[in-house]
Design a binder for this molecule. Structure first.
Ligand code: SF4
Ligand code: FES
Length: 249
């Protein structure tokens, strides 16, 4: 396939940034989206130009690093990560726009790379337990209802990619925060901090300048791990219970 790419280039946080057009030829439909960018970057490097900066690590859909907006959609046309998106999702002759996550809380570092440190600080605010759980065999001695274990695991699959924020018109981090609150709040080991955790994490989310949730649902629509909107209901339930002094059940 021969493609036209229009990529956001921004030298640093102070630079205004602009879309730059590139032509790429002979792209295999079997390449991943990041491999296609690798081919472009090899060429730019050989031509003495600055390669396009983008984040990536595992390239297996598990680290959440490869955030980018592709043709206006977080991670592009499939509900997956950019590293798991393949060029067969596009057609010969296509023009593809590639931009960084757009959110006040995710400032652009360079080109497609944004600073997602705000997510780390939300986790630091409450994403931990104090209960001594011992080694793995000891952990098995604490009975957890299968339904709770499954729901906690589903929430724990959140990879912190930030697509939910990028897709939300309010740039809200509610789905991410709710996933973190939920995966600990459903387990017996997570109960001692359950009431304070949700307050601290939501406070930190607000302090980081993420927007408020108005139940639009774009977050869940693009989440590569299928974190459902009901996770946000659970966060709100725990938050209201905590603020009103009621036990969250
Ligand atoms: S909730 Fe989904 S979209 Fe948001 S950070 Fe977690 S995995 Fe990514
Ligand atoms: S590079 Fe790790 S999820 Fe894409």
């Amino acid at each position: 396939m021969n493609l036209t790419l229009r990529i956001w280039r921004q030298k640093g946080s102070e630079d205004k940034g602009r879309m730059v057009r590139y032509e790429v030829a002979d792209v295999s439909p079997d390449m991943s989206f990041l491999e296609m960018l690798d081919v472009l970057n090899e060429r730019l490097t050989l031509e003495g130009e600055e390669p396009v900066a983008f984040d990536h690590d595992c390239r297996e859909g598990i680290c959440g690093m490869c955030g980018m907006v592709i043709n206006g959609v977080a991670h592009g046309p499939e509900v997956t990560t950019a590293c798991q998106l393949h060029m067969r999702s596009f057609s010969d002759g296509d023009t593809i726009d590639i931009e960084p996550w757009r959110a006040k809380a995710f400032p652009v570092v360079k080109d497609l790379v944004v600073d997602r440190g705000a997510f780390d600080r939300i986790i630091q605010a409450g994403g931990y337990i104090s209960a001594p759980t011992g080694s793995a065999p000891d952990a098995h001695s604490i009975p957890v209802a299968k339904a709770d274990a499954d729901r906690a695991f589903d929430a724990a699959t959140c990879i912190g990619c930030g697509a939910c924020v990028a897709a939300c018109p309010n740039a809200s981090a509610m789905l991410f925060t709710a996933a973190k609150v939920t995966h600990l709040g459903l387990l017996p080991q997570g109960q001692p901090e359950r009431a304070s955790r949700v307050v601290r994490m939501v406070d930190q989310m607000d302090a980081e300048d993420f927007g408020g949730c108005t139940n639009i649902g774009e977050c869940a629509a693009v989440c590569p791990k299928g974190i459902p909107l009901e996770t946000i209901s659970r966060l709100n339930h725990d938050l209201l219970g905590s603020l009103s002094g009621a036990d969250a059940k």
